[in-house]
Design a protein around this ligand. Sequence first.
Ligand SMILES: [Cu+2]
Length: 306
Amino acid sequence: MRRAMWFAIAVAIVPMVSGFAATVGVSVGPGLSFSPPTVTVAPGDTVVWTFLSFHSSTSDVQTGPEVWNSGLMFSGTFSHTFTTPGTYPYYCSLHSFPGGTFMNGSVQVQAAAVPTLTSVSPTSGSSSGGTAVTLTGTNFDSTCTVDFGGAAATGVSAPSATTINATTPPHAAGTVTVGVTCGGSTATLTNGFTFNDAPSVTSVTPTSALPGSTITITGSGFQSGATVTFGGTASPTVTFVNATALQAVVPNIASGAATIVVTNPDALSGSFTGFTLTSIAIPMLSTELLLLLGLALVLVAIRPPQ
Ligand SMILES: [Cu+2]
């Protein structure tokens, strides 16, 4: 009854090769047997032997990463985590010997699943790094590392076998290959990500203008689709000339100094503080224009229209 129960548990948790670490159970005893005698696991999985009578679980090999020896145990559990693909026979040191058949078992560690990488989202970000990206593919696991053009990403986690979250490293501007390495196998996505420098504004012409007039913004790193704000208010019309020049219509906002901010479609921005909005020339109305009106009135008074 008890033995049947343990056997059922052992069978129930025979590994699924999902890429995520699993625990696989083997019962030891109560007779002269390991149940099940052979288990198959993935790299990173742990085998837990539960002792039901007086035996040991002892690896045949005595060197390398997959050496284990529980020693003789009456009860309780012993576990070993397997990392290296291969076949690992073992025995009970009280009732058998390496390569024997009296009380022997085997752990088969499968080759790690080979990852694939199909997409990276978003596909661009700052050359300063720090962009949160999601990688989509298959056979991802907790051992995966990610690189962008050879620079290691940070904050790598695999919430599922098909998704990895990571943060881009700093990298010189340009388009790079994205790599995912899991269990020693690497999947790559050529031209998977583009690092962009933030736009930079070096000058504007003219440096002061009325609302509704068009100014030219000169700098670098401008992208088609860039937006421009003046003191936080969006320009109603922006014309992309090239990567070093934009034209923007000054929005209808209060006069005074207005910081100009250019924001690319990838959300990177650059600002310029040397621009001033001028107001409509009200002073002319109060001086020259009033003088002209006064002169006209005088002329009318002297020579009234016929
Ligand atoms: Cu034994």
